[in-house]
Structure formats: structure tokens, C-alpha cells
Write a protein that binds this ligand. Structure first.
Ligand code: PLP
Length: 356
């Protein structure tokens, strides 16, 4: 294992945080960086260094062939002053899965976990001491060979950036209008839908733009083969509460296996809900709505935790939930998960990793 280096790292005496934090715009002073070269035998010189621009060739393979993967997770200032990261082991494991699928090198998760904990410890004064705030953690890996032939690169860089963030819904937990799209698909069967790779997001932008032009904030994605089964909502996993069941699409390979999704499944089972991972046809949801059998729908993801739907447009059917307030189950789950993250509720599943 390589020793973690600290490049002339000095902690600032006082962190100046902007008044209004816009998601993903402010970065802390330091980042983690590590390089890979197969000719050098793998990963080398892991270091914590100042955030600065990257010097790379215009022929760098990532720009041309898109070997780029990322992750998203959060660190929290807890009520008793401790700093906790939510399920980081799951994100590092998932990043290695993405790497494998894109012919990128895997890393030693305990080495990167150690570096992440050191980085967050160094930058912990950047976690805003305000309710609902946190430190968003963004690992990213990309290929660097200056080469125009199509093959896996031999050189890569892995970076971990930190960004202080405010609450996702500054005016409180507000439900959002969503439209079903069958014009575009997010991810194809046997493709890379279950990887957090950059290209998936580029290919989803047009659908989102068209949804916005129609007055919806995001699209609900259907499967790539029949456009029949529900997959995800925007960049979140989706849960549908029927009167006697909570259902979420099973992981078919084109769905991103969310950490929040997994956590919600655990909590719902614990609470005694009838919860199933299964195929959910959009027609089934429409029928349940028409029969008064549909209770609520919400998305799950690290950034917002829970995001309730106010409306769902499917062809000519406009399903109306609550415009003003999130659904009951969504609110309960939000309170439970954020309660654990901020230390207001006991960490009974051992989901937190503490920064010492
Ligand atoms: C990141 C992501 C999610 C949510 O995953 P979490 O681990 O819960 O943040 C869901 N769908 C897509 C497409 C994603 O990129």
C-alpha cells in the first residue's frame, strides 16, 4: 500500500463560507488525488493537495471516449459535534463496480477510505454549522492517455472533491411535477445503466430539458425494450406506495443501485411494510391511480434523500398527488434517514463512519 502524502497542506485558520450555498458550486481548499499507470504497476502517489486546475493533453482519452465515473456521498456535522459520513463503503464498492464495467482500474477501498477520512478531517470546518447542511463528497476517476485509438487507457486519475451544501429544498420539502417519457430511454438493457458513468448524464439532459419546457421538473424513465416498466425518476430511484404495498423496480442492470434506495428498503422492512422489489408497469400505476389504490410516489438519492411527486403526467392522464406537501411516507422516511445522518436518531444499522 502507498503512503498517503500531504502536499504542504495547511489548514486555514478560519473558513469563510458564502451566505447562500448553491449546490456543487463551492469547493473546499483541499482535495485528494491519486494517479494510475499500468507501466508503473498501478496506483501511485496518493496525496492530499490544494484544489487546482488539471493539466492534461487535448488528446486525453476521457475527452474522446468517455471513460469517466463518479460517486456522490455526504458528511454531516452531528448534533453532538461528531462528523459522520453516510455509508461510504457502499459508494467506494459501487465505484469499483463502475470501474470494472468501463475497463478502468479498481482501487483498494480501504486505502481510499483512509484518504477520504483524512481529507474530511482536514476540511471539517467547511461543513456549515446550520440545520440541513452537509459536505457533499464527489469522487471522480477518468482516463488520461494522450491517444486517439479506441482501447482502454493505461493511465488514470482519481480525485475526491468536497463541496459544502445547503438543504436541497431551502423552503422545505416540496413535491415536484414529473412526466413519463417514452421518447427517450436513460439506459439500455445490458448497457451501463447500473454504473455511475459520466455519459449516462450527458444522454439524459435532452429529456430533462424538454420536460422543463413542458412545465415538469424531471422525467420518469421507462425500460429500454418495451417502454413498459418504470426504471427511475430523473437521477433518483423510485418508490411507489400502493394501498397494500410499497414497490420499487428490481435491479435489472439498467437501474442504478442507489444507497438511499437500499437504506429505504431496510427501513421499510423494519417498519413492517409489505415492500417488494419487482417489475412495475406504468399501466399498473395508472390503473391504481384510477382505482384510488395509489397513495404516493417518491424518488430517493443522496442529494435530496427523498423527493415526493406532486404530479405524474402519463400520456393524457395527469395523476395528481399533493402540490403543497410531500406524502406521509416520504416525510417519515426523510425524517428517519436525516435523523440518523445528523445523529438525532440512533445509528441502529451501523451506517455511519465517523471522522476521528
Ligand atoms: C446516484 C444515482 C441514484 C441515487 O443513488 P444514491 O446512492 O442513493 O445517491 C439513482 N439513480 C441514478 C441514475 C443515479 O445516478
Amino acid at each position: 500500500m502507498n503512503e498517503l502524502l500531504f502536499d504542504t497542506v495547511e489548514k486555514e485558520s478560519k473558513v469563510e463560507l458564502p451566505e447562500n450555498l448553491i449546490f456543487g458550486r463551492t469547493f473546499t481548499t483541499h482535495m485528494f488525488e491519486m494517479n494510475y499507470d499500468s507501466a508503473k504497476g498501478g496506483w501511485y502517489s496518493p496525496r492530499i493537495t490544494k484544489v487546482s486546475n488539471i493539466n492534461m493533453s487535448p488528446a486525453a482519452m476521457v475527452l474522446h471516449y468517455g471513460q469517466a465515473i463518479f460517486e456522490g456521498l455526504k458528511a454531516f456535522n452531528q448534533v453532538d459535534g461528531k462528523v459522520a459520513i453516510f455509508r461510504p463503503d457502499k459508494n467506494l464498492e459501487r465505484m469499483n463496480n463502475s470501474a470494472r464495467r468501463l475497463c478502468m482500474p479498481e482501487f483498494d477501498t480501504s486505502e481510499v477510505m483512509n484518504a477520504l477520512l483524512e481529507l474530511v478531517k482536514l476540511e471539517k470546518d467547511w461543513i456549515p454549522p446550520k440545520p440541513g447542511h452537509s459536505l457533499y463528497i464527489r469522487p471522480v476517476m477518468f482516463s488520461l492517455d494522450p491517444f486517439l485509438g479506441v482501447r482502454p487507457s493505461e493511465t488514470y486519475k482519481l480525485i475526491i472533491l468536497l463541496s459544502p451544501v445547503g438543504p436541497y429544498y431551502p423552503e422545505g420539502f416540496k413535491p415536484v411535477p414529473i412526466m413519463v417519457t417514452d421518447k427517450y430511454v436513460r439506459a439500455a438493457a445490458k448497457g451501463v445503466g447500473d454504473c455511475k458513468c459520466a455519459g449516462n448524464y450527458a444522454s439524459s439532459l435532452l429529456a430533462q430539458r424538454e420536460a422543463k419546457q413542458n412545465g415538469y421538473s424531471q422525467v420518469l424513465w421507462l425500460d429500454s425494450i418495451e417502454q413498459k416498466y418504470i426504471e427511475e425518476v430523473g437521477t433518483m430511484n423510485i418508490f411507489i406506495q400502493f394501498k397494500d404495498e410499497v414497490a420499487t423496480p428490481r435491479l435489472t442492470g439498467s437501474i442504478l443501485p442507489g444507497v438511499t434506495r437500499l437504506s429505504v428498503l431496510t427501513i421499510l422492512k423494519d417498519w413492517g411494510y409489505n415492500v417488494n422489489e419487482r417489475d412495475v408497469a406504468i399501466e399498473e400505476v395508472a390503473e391504481a391511480y384510477n382505482n384510488n389504490n395509489l397513495v404516493e410516489i417518491f424518488g430517493t438519492g443522496t442529494a435530496a434523500v427523498i423527493s415526493s411527486l406532486s404530479k405524474l403526467k402519463y400520456n393524457d392522464l395527469l395523476m395528481n398527488f399533493n402540490d403543497e406537501e410531500a406524502g406521509e411516507l416520504g416525510k417519515k422516511l426523510y425524517a428517519e434517514i436525516t435523523g440518523i445522518q445528523y445523529g438525532r436518531i440512533e445509528d441502529r444499522y451501523n451506517w455511519l463512519t465517523f471522522v476521528k
